[in-house]
Design a protein around this ligand. Structure first.
Ligand SMILES: NC(=O)c1ccc[n+]([C@@H]2O[C@H](COP(=O)([O-])OP(=O)(O)OC[C@H]3O[C@@H](n4cnc5c(N)ncnc54)[C@H](O)[C@@H]3O)[C@@H](O)[C@H]2O)c1
Length: 311
């Protein structure tokens, strides 16, 4: 199949694009290198520098007659979305719409969209949350991701474009930059290697920090490969189903790294827009997509630390 991977020079997108190519598909990467990098891509992958917001986007990406768009390009910082909601919406809503209009004109058959299970449910009463839990976005970033999902439903009804929404939990692994909505693992690795103190943000009553569901990037890649052929017009949570407090993540990372003189952590209050607790129920992905996570947190942290120290 001919697949356009937007955001394919970024952390998750680069792993997905490489895996699609390894599986025998023809792949083109679209990215404006806002947070992505050419170094993330194997030489065999073509990079088209283009911006989702560009009114002439179509002219920049018409070399291949694509059948599928796998949409990973986004502004990914929750704090930035809180400070500059319009700038977030320009990329994550208007930019996506620009892409969907091209999808419509090109008669694209399928769009795979990376949404955020860590953001769209807000602070749910009960965890783990499944896909029937009503969304309750607490940040403009989450609002934009939900809008993207709603637009996909619209384009499906109006133009018959099949969609698959993958609501990722907090993804970590090689190539993650130490910034962004959920780069705690990457940020911690930088602090650990430089022996500088990491900050742990603690919502009221949560002295060990917020609770997150951490999923290894290769598990997300596997979900994207399955979404090429299944899960039509469905939303899937893609997470580990395990809740980990931020302090626990730090301690597990220190253990996986083998560093014997780690720096002390600094505790701070909750950041605006941050959710307190999020853990995903991924039973639907198992039942309907045949997907389940394979890499445990200690395994994933060890592999990511190895990459980090050898890069
Ligand atoms: N990392 C996570 O834990 C996580 C969790 C849930 C959802 N997601 C979603 O997964 C996707 C990939 O995230 P990531 O962690 O790999 O982040 P990333 O920043 O590494 O990747 C995003 C990519 O999009 C590109 N981009 C940004 N704005 C663009 C624009 N206007 N035009 C073209 N390209 C643009 C960036 O240069 C980058 O390469 C995003 O949609 C993100 O919202 C990520």
């Amino acid at each position: 199949m001919r697949i356009l991977v937007t955001g394919g020079a970024g952390f998750i997108g680069s792993h997905v694009a490489a895996a699609f190519q390894e599986a025998g598909h023809e792949v083109c990467v679209l990215d404006n290198l806002l947070t992505g990098s050419k170094e993330n891509l194997p030489p065999s992958l073509n990079l088209t520098w283009a911006d989702l917001r560009d009114p002439f986007l179509e002219q920049n990406i018409n070399e291949l007659d694509f059948e599928i768009i796998c949409h990973h390009a986004a502004q990914i910082s929750v704090p930035r979305s809180v400070e500059q909601p319009s700038a977030d919406a320009e990329i994550n809503i208007s930019g996506m719409l620009n892409l969907m209009q091209i999808a419509r004109r090109w008669k694209i058959t399928r769009v795979i969209f990376s949404s955020s299970g860590g953001a769209v449910y807000g602070d749910p009463e009960n965890i783990p949350v499944d896909e029937n839990t009503p969304p309750d976005p607490l940040s403009p970033y989450a609002v934009a991701k939900l809008s993207g999902e709603a637009y996909l439903r619209y384009y499906q009804r109006a133009y018959g474009i099949t969609f698959v929404v993958l609501r990722y939990a907090n993804v970590y692994g090689p190539r993650q930059a130490p910034v962004g909505e959920s780069g705690a693992t990457a940020i911690f690795m930088k602090h650990l290697s430089e022996r500088t103190s990491p900050t742990i943000y603690c919502p009221p009553g949560m002295p060990e920090g917020a609770v997150r569901d951490y999923i290894y990037v290769e598990d997300c890649v596997a979900a994207n490969l399955l979404a090429l052929h299944g899960g039509d017009n469905q939303i899937f949570n893609i997470g580990s189903g395990v809740g980990t407090a931020t302090l626990d993540l730090w301690q597990q990372l220190v253990k996986a790294s083998g560093v014997s003189d780690p720096p002390r952590v600094t505790m701070a209050g909750q950041r605006p827009g941050d959710v307190r607790r999020t853990v995903l129920d991924c039973g639907k992905a198992k039942r309907e997509l045949g997907w389940e996570p394979k890499i445990s947190l200690p395994q994933g942290l060890t592999a990511t630390w190895q990459w980090f120290v050898n890069k």
